[in-house]
Ligand binder design. Structure first.
Ligand code: NFS
Length: 671
């Protein structure tokens, strides 16, 4: 009997991006399976997706499907121990928060440790680059930057400030007493809300550990109490580990300022050595960027017959080296296999998070060296003969490690064995915005605040601000929801701040250029973008840099005229194609910071309606923000816009916007 042909993905249905369509097709021609094919052949479990599968003890897994037609009357579903759907979903939800907060925060801890080495001058690879930011951050961690000398305040020795700041930062992960320091950076009203609800984090590690304890069999059974702990851990992420990661990276590697680059698989070059950097922690990639630019390495590449070295990035490491060095974006989370399938990837260097295990299988079909570098993130194959290897990175010999990797990639250039096929698609971009540069562009050097931005929100040219962030998910068409949501928002005059894979999706589609304002924006937003020369979608970095969005919102509150808390602002959050536990942690800290936040694809609460109602509706009274879920991208965007309009109305600035619109129409009528 003939073997049944394996089902494969339809490239056009799988992704919105033409370059990716070409590469999926190419993979299928070569007989190489990708995530897109597996998404067709393997179905997700509905019960797990809805959050009501409990496998926290071995009497289970207890699966509690939602009855067809929903719950009528009392929900009597329960696991063997009696755990209800609400308890199970809440436990699973906060375990996702623990996973996400741990990933972001451990990334932050790694940066803090490198920062300590740099402060103590134990490494030649890292130096404190941004002393201005160090002087801004130190006091937030309780470190004095000045001292009294002969009756005058003078700046203290910068090395002492750096070491003490590193010590204070590291202390945030495990201090025995007190509370986390950064939540005090939030608007006062928000800090008071957290205090009132008893959710101020004590230290980062403890909140994550306590989630694991509370969700162990037979401990916390009350979904509201479970969510209280989830909230603590999420705040410890957004206003703790992630924010520290961002700050310390800026001090070590430089605070990003807008710069030009390019995005999509077309940035790879046939005649050059291609090194693709993938993962999240920028500590190694920073050094690789420096080493790859040395004359020694460029000459070595030329000796091997290449025209130079082309670096590019995947996932958030990509966003990190883009925002500080202009290194082009190779692609999103879902394009990692495709970069290798070009046949031109001489080395892919991975660190932690969002790395497909299947990369090893794909790399072994080509000449690509796949290098794992982090002691906590190894692959099964990195001990075997083959293309996958482990070069453990250590900040104390970072230069040596980076050189070894770059040299290995160059040596591999002549080993390409499958015909190279790089799609030509790529887009120009402007990236690298942050709290500081938004102030510069939209505040003006004269005032040095968010005044102009607020003014444009009050007068209605900018209707509101949206943070659209998060992953790709192979269960939905790659990039489609990201782009429809963002385009619908900017069409309706909502300025978009983006990070993570949404930022890469927007980059690939040309939305990160000032010119895109005239094409996609409503009249008000287009006018602002054209006047100040910014794109309508501002790239704020990687996922830990969602902390920049929190701080930008805080600056908007401080600048005045739009209420006295984040919950008062005409803002909304979204992750249209999320997949990672980190996204749930981010969503939770957005929500409890006062932001209405909508997720797409699936919602791991949908199997437990009472619990879902708690975080979708009850939360608004507690935190001002709440969760929502909408798969349809146009409806998704309009739910956000409706919330923005609700906040404008509450602020009494809804009329201003109507006037602006009338002005525009009147103007057009005259023209
Ligand atoms: Ni965020 Fe960045 Fe992308 Fe999702 Fe993964 S790369 S940390 S988790 S998939 S956005």
């Amino acid at each position: 009997m003939a073997e049944k042909a394996k089902k494969m993905a339809d490239p056009v249905e799988a992704t919105y991006d033409v370059a990716s369509q070409k590469m999926i097709k190419r993979a299928q021609e070569l007989g190489i399976e990708t995530v897109f094919d597996r998404a067709v052949t393997m179905k997700a479990c509905n019960i797990g997706a809805g959050g009501t599968c409990c496998k926290n003890c071995s009497m289970g897994p207890c699966r509690l499907p939602l009855p067809k037609g929903g719950i009528e009357g009392k929900d009597e579903r329960m696991g063997l121990c009696g755990a209800t759907a609400n308890t199970i979903a809440a436990r699973n939800f906060i375990r996702m928060i623990a996973g996400g907060a741990a990933a972001h925060s451990d990334h932050g801890r790694c940066v803090a440790e490198v920062f300590m080495s740099a402060a103590k001058k134990e490494t030649e690879a890292y130096k404190i680059k941004d002393t201005k930011k160090l002087l801004a951050v130190a006091p937030l961690l309780g470190i004095a930057t000045t001292e009294e000398v002969e009756g005058e305040q003078v700046q203290r020795n910068i090395d002492d400030i750096a070491v003490e700041t590193a010590e204070a930062a590291l202390n945030e992960w495990g201090k025995a007493e007190g509370e986390l320091l950064y939540p005090k950076r939030a608007p006062e009203a928000l800090y008071e809300t957290w205090k009132k609800n008893g959710v101020l984090p004590r230290n980062i590690d403890r909140e994550i550990v306590e989630i694991m304890h509370r969700t162990h069999m037979g401990v916390d059974q009350n979904y509201q109490n479970l969510m209280k702990q989830g909230t603590r851990a999420a705040i410890a992420d957004g206003w703790g580990g992630s924010m520290l990661a961002t700050d310390l990276q800026d001090i070590l590697f430089g605070t990003p300022y807008p710069l030009a680059s390019e995005a999509n698989l077309g940035v790879m070059k046939q005649d050059m050595v291609n090194i693709v950097i993938h993962g999240h922690e920028p500590v190694l990639s920073e050094v690789i960027v420096a080493v790859a630019q040395t004359q020694e390495m460029i000459d070595y590449a030329k000796e091997k017959g290449a025209n130079g070295i082309q670096l590019s990035g995947i996932c958030c490491t990509a966003n990190e080296i883009l925002q500080r060095h202009g290194v082009p974006l190779c692609g999103t989370f879902l394009q990692q296999e495709l970069a290798i399938i070009t046949g031109a990837c001489d080395a892919m260097v991975v660190d932690v998070q969002c790395i497909f295990q299947n990369l090893a299988n794909v790399a072994n079909c080509f000449h690509t060296k796949l290098v794992t570098t982090h002691p906590i993130a190894r692959m099964e194959q990195d001990l075997e003969e083959g293309n996958v290897l482990h070069i453990e990175f250590d900040e104390h010999h970072a230069l040596r490690d980076a050189k070894k990797i770059v040299k290995m990639a160059i040596d591999n250039f002549t080993n390409r064995r499958v015909e190279v096929m790089i799609p030509e698609e790529k887009s120009p971009i402007v990236a690298g915005f942050g709290v500081e540069s938004i102030e510069y562009h939209l505040g003006g050097t004269f005032r040095g605040s968010y005044f102009t931005l607020n003014d444009n929100i009050i007068n209605g040219r900018i209707r509101g601000i949206a943070g659209v962030v998060g992953c790709n998910n192979a269960r939905t068409r790659h990039n489609e929801a990201h782009l429809i949501v963002v385009k619908e928002l900017i069409k309706n005059d909502v300025l978009v701040l983006t990070t993570g894979c949404n930022a890469i999706a927007c980059a690939m589609d040309g939305l990160l250029t000032p010119e895109s304002a005239a094409v996609y924006c409503g009249a008000g937003l287009a006018e602002v973008c054209e006047t100040v020369g910014i794109p309508p979608v501002l790239h704020l970095g990687s996922c830990v840099d969602n902390s920049r969005i929190l701080l930008a919102a805080t600056e908007v509150v401080k600048a005045g005229g739009l209420g006295n808390d984040i919950r008062d602002l005409p803002v909304a959050g979204s992750a249209p194609e999320w997949m990672s536990e980190k996204a749930i942690s981010i969503g939770q800290y957005f929500v409890v910071s006062g932001v209405y936040t909508v997720f797409g694809v699936t919602m791991p609460t949908s199997g437990a309606p009472v619990f879902q109602d708690y975080i979708f509706n009850e939360y608004e009274k507690m935190y001002g923000g709440m969760w929502d879920f909408e798969v349809d991208p146009i409806k998704h965007a309009h739910k956000m816009i409706a919330h923005i309009d609700k906040k404008r109305k509450a602020l009494g600035i809804d009329k201003a916007r109507e006037r602006v619109l009338m002005d525009m129409e009147a103007r057009m009528a005259i023209e």
